[in-house]
Ligand binder design. Structure first.
Ligand code: ZN
Length: 521
């Protein structure tokens, strides 16, 4: 009798135990948004996984195959679509849009699937960072921002735009401003050593400043001193960047890696070799790249010798009017135009004088009845002129793209389609059409790898505990529309963008909500 009783008790307690276990396992997970049925690229795996993602507040709270226990306020059925972490763009010129309350939605980037942009590239940042962080917070921003401090900006604060070597005292002053900007939240320092005033600095100056960045665990991002054969040459410029990393002991990120102009075509193999040797030595070297064979810059930066513009535009025209220096300026300008493939390869994409837009420099020289090099100065006298410069070889472009350490970046600024199309173009053209890289690599090198390079925590992957920056796009329709004739057209095919857990794009439409945040280091 006793045995029967204890058996009954035992079964009863087992029964109760199972009831508790079942009720525990079936306790619903309360979520704000749940994404089901999509082909999920999580930022790490190279293949898609069919998995469900649930979001609560600004975080991912569930990634798995079963959604029966999730109780979500909103469910997105991503059947037939690709789900990915939001793209992170390591090189943009979005600063001015983001600081303008009317353009701070950052739609050209948002519609490409970009959820985080780096600002302050090419040595040029908005100063001081603390003031802009406050204004971004007060008017709202459409994407997250990762700020960098620009070396050129800091040099200008201390030394103006003059072409001279920094004194020890000036270096100390620049160091303290770099420290101030790092303390305000910058993720690192950018340089534009090709541009004025960055080009006036020597390697020692940059190392001395990079050491400050290194102490705050920041990165060094650079527009090389020369991407072509203007001054030191492309390969020595790469070696200079690596030397800065070696001496200042910080990670080096080469922006918009390319072989610019016929003089340096087919050097990509040598460059890859140099970078990989540095990596073996223990220096962290990575790069970003935009998927276009034309670059874009101002007509001045592309053609005018740097010494001639020391002191600014007024000084340039004083030198140009002086017969002795004019001949030298024109000779070097002609050489710079040849380096970029000739006047027909320089297309005006934006200008204060709108009659120049859409013409190449050859057409402008016919219009002015002047030589191409003289036309540069006549055009510059009308105001700002921006050019698209067709100067890259497709083999170099593809060669760089295949490297595991090269991530997607747009270098997006007005007047080049890359501001509106880089990420979807890389997908539609280089992944789908040309098969240069596969879809998993494209996603990983546009998300987690970029986050790792920039040291952005908890973004770039679809993992529990990560911030919910997630995009969903239609694999057939995701593509760039902007081209060289009309560079201002939004990309197509993005269905959803979720930033910090909130919907920014819903059914392909902008929700009019500014869900971005300034990320600080
Ligand atoms: Zn640049």
């Amino acid at each position: 009798m006793k045995i029967i009783k204890s058996n009954i008790q035992l079964s009863l307690s087992f029964f109760l135990f199972f009831i508790i276990l079942i009720s525990c396992s079936k306790k619903p997970i309360v979520a704000d948004i749940m994404i089901i049925n999509g082909k999920v690229y999580d930022g790490i795996s190279t293949n898609a996984i069919e998995t469900t993602i649930a979001i609560k507040d600004d975080k991912i709270i569930y990634v798995g195959t079963d959604y029966s226990s999730i109780n979500a306020k909103k469910t997105i059925n991503a059947n037939g679509s690709i789900v990915s972490p939001g793209f992170i763009d390591p090189h943009t010129h979005a600063d001015s849009d983001l600081s303008n309350p009317k353009l701070s939605h950052n739609l050209p980037f948002l519609m490409q699937g970009v959820t985080t942009v780096v600002t302050g590239n090419d040595g040029n940042s908005l100063y001081p960072t603390s003031k802009y962080i406050k204004s971004y917070k007060s008017h709202g921003i459409g994407t997250n921002i990762v700020p960098l401090v620009g070396h050129g900006t800091i040099r200008k604060q201390v030394m103006g735009t003059s072409d001279k070597k920094a004194t020890l005292d000036e270096i100390t002053k620049m160091q303290s401003l770099i420290q101030q900007e790092m303390d305000a939240g910058a993720f690192g320092m950018s340089t534009g050593l090709f541009y004025s005033p960055g080009s006036y600095s020597n390697t020692e100056e940059v190392i001395a400043l990079a050491k400050i960045v290194s102490k705050s665990n920041g990165i060094y991002d650079t527009h090389l001193r020369d991407e072509s054969s203007y001054t030191v040459g492309l390969i020595p410029a790469i070696e200079e960047a690596i030397e800065i990393g070696r001496q200042a002991k910080l990670p080096i990120h080469l922006s918009h890696i390319k072989c610019l102009g016929v003089d340096v075509w087919h050097q990509s193999d040598s460059i890859i070799g140099i970078v990989e040797n540095a990596q073996k030595e223990g220096i962290e070297v990575t790069a970003n790249q935009y998927p276009y064979n034309a670059s874009s810059t101002s007509l001045k930066a592309a053609t005018v010798p740097r010494w001639a513009e020391s002191g600014g535009l007024d000084s340039l025209f004083i030198r140009y009017k002086n017969t002795a220096s004019k001949a030298k300026i024109l000779k070097e300008t002609k050489r710079n135009i040849t380096r970029r493939g000739g006047p027909e390869k320089l297309l005006i994409s934006k200008a204060d004088d709108s009659t120049l837009v859409g013409l190449n420099l050859l057409e402008i020289s016919k219009k002015y009845n002047l030589s191409a090099e003289e036309s540069v100065y006549k055009a510059l006298s009308t105001g700002f002129v921006k050019v698209v410069s067709f100067n890259m070889h497709d083999d170099d472009l593809a060669n760089f793209m295949k490297q595991s350490w090269v991530v997607t970046g747009s270098d997006g600024g007005s007047g080049h389609p890359r501001k509106y199309g880089s990420f979807p173009k890389k997908y539609a053209h280089y992944v789908k059409k040309e098969n240069v890289i596969d879809l998993g690599e494209f996603v990983n090198n546009s998300t987690s790898k970029t986050a790792e390079i920039l040291q952005i925590s908890k973004r770039g992957k679809l993992e529990v505990g990560y911030f919910a920056d997630i995009i969903i796009f239609n694999p057939e329709e995701f593509k760039d529309i902007a081209n060289y004739n009309d560079a201002f057209q939004l990309a197509e095919g993005l269905e959803y963008s979720i930033i910090n857990g909130e919907l920014s794009i819903e059914n392909g439409e902008f929700s009019n909500r500014l869900n971005g945040k300034v990320l600080v280091k």
